[in-house]
Write a protein that binds this ligand. Structure first.
Ligand code: SER
Length: 900
């Protein structure tokens, strides 16, 4: 055990481990009739508006807004959260204080139209003070300024001293999910970490006290009374139900219970921190010197959980956030003297500490390590390149006798090379330079704009505003497993840019999910009163936005109105859907074939199933050999040929897993799941559409296999006619090759190998001939043009291009270098618009004449620049007329150097 094995309960609270706190919370609420719901993945695959899960309520958003399909009444959980933006979550601050994190757990309990303020407040007080025995005189309650009811409940249902119930405004006591969405007044519980003797004087101070920017009074628990929905125009609309949504910072409450004064001092972080100290040899300190340990311990948690749930570091969106987190952690490791990947070595300790509560960490440990290691290696290379780049930028700025590094350069260093701005600033200062702060800020803002623009939908889609409503409900029955055609009615529609978004009461259109692309097709209205054209919409894509199935359409004709949209004929493009269906079924066969051929470690990482092709990403550590690809193709096609029936059935999630159905990591499944079975070949949880038998796929052909991230491979394949087309393309290409090689069918590769070998042999022969010729030329040149000067042979000579073609000169020089011992050659040649000067100095002659020095000395007479080594050197000039001067100057130089 580590240093935390004999903790001091600093506030006199009975000690509990982190595990006991988490379990205690869940057990407590179970005793009050709450059902445990596992944490949603920290990577919200189905919410385009959210980068990472950042609150326990994310997965309950629809239920809070009134669409409670699961029929939840009371639930509790511990949610994995990542927050890396927002006013209190500046990445650059994490690790410098005791309580900010990128990754944290949020303990929460919820009521969906069941209990309300009274029980919520009473139970939170009971858990904190009676079960966990937090000292009552260190606790404070805050309530929203208008919320008399909550204040009254605190006064009558708990024994908190009344002057410790404080009212605050909307900033701290009215919780909102975002600009629009569910919201309501909240009551928070704060804890005083400070010295009781000074409490009375501080707790009402806006800076030193509760809700002040200090680490003395920390917020432990937020109880939100979700009763409204914020609309786009700022109005509040009452919700159907009065709900409770609470969130308690797990790491904070553990730190209070363990009396450690800092989240990082608890048994949640200490094992990782000890490991960092052990591996780096740098002891941990609670003060500023411990910042690197805290940063790394924090960051490895965010990285590991996000990667376990299917995210990977990259250049966009989530991937980019992860890359920034990793680079920050990695830089701290580097500052500690680590030159090898370091963060990846902490994953095992994290998995030991948290693997019980979150089994995905243990199950995917090797994979997480690989991804982090590869990304760290990549960063190290980038950092070195960045330092080079910085040196160049600094030299350029100085070269222009300026002192400011431009904003664009600072931004590139940040964005491409991962240089935090403070690093660039420090490097600049060392060189006596500054950076253009305003220009840099402008580039950052532009980047943020780009990031915002990239989000497919804004939060406003969650609100009723902007829509024309025919019926208030949002859900659509999906008919598309059984039919591609239906008579339907719009529930709501709106214009969005130049497209029309339509939600239907029921729909045969499949909305993009699980890698399968959304259906395309048409929606057609009925002719209206005489002369009114019917509305005609081309469905370009079908997507899920929150819980709505949205048909994205082009308006081809007619007029949009509640009237024209109430009765529509929906028709999915048949051919497209049939092709998609074949490709989707093929991915299941591919998945099972890969596991059979490569091993059980193969896990699906993602897929894209479209009409024209399929893409399947999976974990595997090296490229597939040609033989493995052949085996996988063979295995899949054998299963196609066997024509297994494809069946689907709905099961409870636990039953499905027990049956052995394959589920995806990081995917959130409901209680009821659809299981797709293909004979005894494959069984997977899947909501997509499938063929009726594997034979429908026709044939599968793998088109490419590549790496997309560390430890993740991608296969692209085609099926049916697409496979035929691919085979035809290949055959045509081979035919062309055969023609060129004059090969008979089946002998193409033999012929090609023969041809390549012959080319190689000929190249070698040519090379040898050229060398022999050069040697001969060199000998002739020395014999004919060589003169003796003080015992040394010298040649000062203009090479006519006719006798010595330019491309043969290097060979000639080579020959001279081999031939000259106590000799020096200075040669010139004009070719086109350039004059070249060459010097060769033999081994013995170099004592007196170094070719490089000679060139430097004589070059200036022809404005020639150049240089070289003692044995060989050359220079070039555009002053063709200076050739005689060069030769004369060489003569002079040699005379002097050789004493001739
Ligand atoms: N939604 C509230 C929060 O995030 C309470 O869970 O703080």
């Amino acid at each position: 055990m580590n240093a935390h094995s004999a903790p001091q309960a600093g506030f006199g609270i009975p000690f509990l481990t982190g595990k006991q706190v988490r379990q205690g919370f869940i057990d407590f609420f179970a005793s009050k009739g709450h059902v445990f719901v596992p944490s949603a993945p920290v990577v919200p695959h189905d919410d385009p508006t959210l980068l990472f899960t950042n609150a326990g309520m994310n997965q309950f958003k629809s239920a809070l807004l009134g669409d409670n399909r699961e029929g939840w009444k009371r639930v509790a959980n511990s949610q994995k959260c990542i927050r890396v933006s927002g006013k209190h979550n500046d990445l650059d601050e994490v690790g410098r204080d005791t309580y900010h994190h990128t990754f944290f757990e949020m303990l929460g309990n919820w009521s969906f139209g069941d209990y309300y303020k009274k029980d919520a407040i009473k139970w939170s007080w009971e858990l904190l003070t009676e079960v966990w025995k937090l000292p009552k005189d260190r606790l404070f309650a805050t309530v929203y300024q208008d919320d008399d009811e909550s204040e009254k409940i605190w006064q009558t249902e708990t024994d908190i001293p009344h002057d410790r119930i404080m009212r605050f405004g909307a900033k701290s006591n009215f919780w909102e999910m975002g600009d629009v969405g569910p919201c309501g007044p909240c009551t928070e519980i704060h804890f005083d970490m400070g010295d009781p003797a000074t409490r009375e004087a501080t707790y009402k101070d806006p800076i030193l006290g509760v809700n002040g920017p200090n680490a003395r009074y920390i917020e432990l628990w937020n109880n939100v009374f979700m009763q409204s929905e914020r609309m786009q125009n700022g109005d509040l609309k009452p919700l159907k139900n009065q709900n409770v949504d609470t969130g308690m910072g797990f790491e904070r409450v553990v730190s209070v219970i363990q009396g450690s004064g800092s989240n990082y001092e608890t048994d949640v972080f200490q094992p990782i921190i000890s490991q960092i100290a052990k591996l780096s040899g740098v002891p941990y300190s609670k003060g500023p010197e411990g910042t690197p340990h805290r940063v790394m311990a924090d960051h490895v948690r965010a990285l590991s959980f996000a990667i376990a749930d299917g995210a990977t570091p990259g250049n966009e969106g989530r991937g980019y956030v992860l890359r920034r987190i990793l680079r920050r952690g990695s830089r701290f490791a580097r500052n500690m003297g680590q030159r090898e990947p370091f963060l990846c070595k902490l994953v095992a300790t994290l998995a030991e500490t948290m693997g019980e509560a979150f089994p995905e960490l243990g199950q995917r440990k090797a994979y997480i390590e690989q991804v982090i290691r590869a990304e760290e290696e990549r960063f190290m290379r980038t950092l070195d390149q960045g330092l080079d780049r910085f040196a160049k930028i600094a030299a350029e700025v100085k070269g222009k006798t300026q002192t400011v590094i431009g904003g664009a350069e600072v931004f590139t260093l940040y964005d491409t090379y991962g240089f935090p701005t403070d690093l660039t600033r420090v490097l600049a200062e060392e060189q006596g330079l500054t950076i253009d702060e305003a220009g840099y800020a402008k580039h950052m803002e532009e980047q943020r704009e780009r990031a915002r623009g990239a989000a497919k939908f804004d939060g406003s889609f969650a609100s009723d505003e902007g829509w024309t409503l025919l019926t208030p409900t949002l859900d659509s029955e999906f008919l598309g497993y059984a039919t591609l055609h239906a008579e339907v009615a719009a529930r709501r529609f709106r214009e969005h840019g130049d497209q029309v978004m339509v939600v239907l009461d029921k729909t045969p259109f499949y909305a993009e999910a699980g890698g399968q692309v959304g259906d395309t097709g048409t929606l057609t209205g009925k002719p209206g009163p005489a002369g009114t054209p019917c509305v005609e919409l081309r469905v370009l894509d079908t997507v899920k936005v929150f819980d709505m199935v949205v048909h994205k359409c082009d308006l081809l004709g007619g007029i949009l109105s509640a009237d024209t949209m109430k009765s529509l004929t929906a028709q999915v493009d048949q051919l497209g859907r049939f092709r998609t269906v074949r490709n989707h079924s093929a991915t299941h066969l591919l998945h099972s074939a890969l596991r059979k051929v490569l091993g059980e470690h193969v896990q699906q990482q993602g897929s894209r199933v479209a009409p024209d092709s399929l893409r399947f990403d999976f974990t595997h550590f090296q490229g597939l050999t040609a033989e493995e690809i052949r085996q996988v193709e063979y295995e899949v096609n054998l299963r196609i040929e066997e024509n297994h029936k494809i069946t689907h059935a709905v099961h409870g999630i636990e039953d499905a897993k027990k049956m052995g159905a394959m589920a995806l990591f990081g995917e959130k499944y409901g209680d009821k799941v659809r299981v797709i079975t293909m004979g005894d070949v494959s069984m997977e949880l899947c909501g997509g559409t499938h063929a009726t038998a594997t034979g429908d796929i026709g044939i599968l052909k793998i088109i490419s296999e590549s790496s997309i991230a560390a430890g993740v491979r991608r296969i692209e394949a085609v099926t049916g006619l697409g496979a035929l087309e691919a085979a035809q393309r290949n055959q045509n290409a081979l035919g062309e090759v055969a023609k060129v090689l004059k090969a008979k069918a089946g002998q193409e590769s033999e012929k090609a190998a023969e041809a390549t070998a012959r080319i190689k042999a000929l190249e070698k022969e040519v090379q040898e001939l050229r060398q022999a010729q050069a040697r001969l030329q060199a000998t002739t040149l020395v014999a004919e043009k060589g003169r003796l000067m003080n015992g040394a042979t010298i040649i000062v000579y203009k090479l006519e291009e006719k006798a010595f073609p330019k491309e043969s000169v290097p060979m000639l020089l080579e020959g001279l270098a081999g031939h000259l011992r106590n000799g020096v050659a200075v040669l010139t040649q004009t070719s086109g618009d350039s004059l070249s000067i060459y010097a060769v100095s033999g081994k013995e002659a170099q004592a007196k004449v170094k070719a490089g020095d000679l060139i430097k000395a004589i070059g200036p007479v022809a404005d020639a620049r150049g240089g070289g080594k003692p044995d060989r050197a050359q220079a070039g000039s555009k002053s063709l007329d200076k050739e005689p001067l060069v030769l004369a100057e060489a003569e002079k130089y040699l005379k002097q150097a050789l004493g001739g």
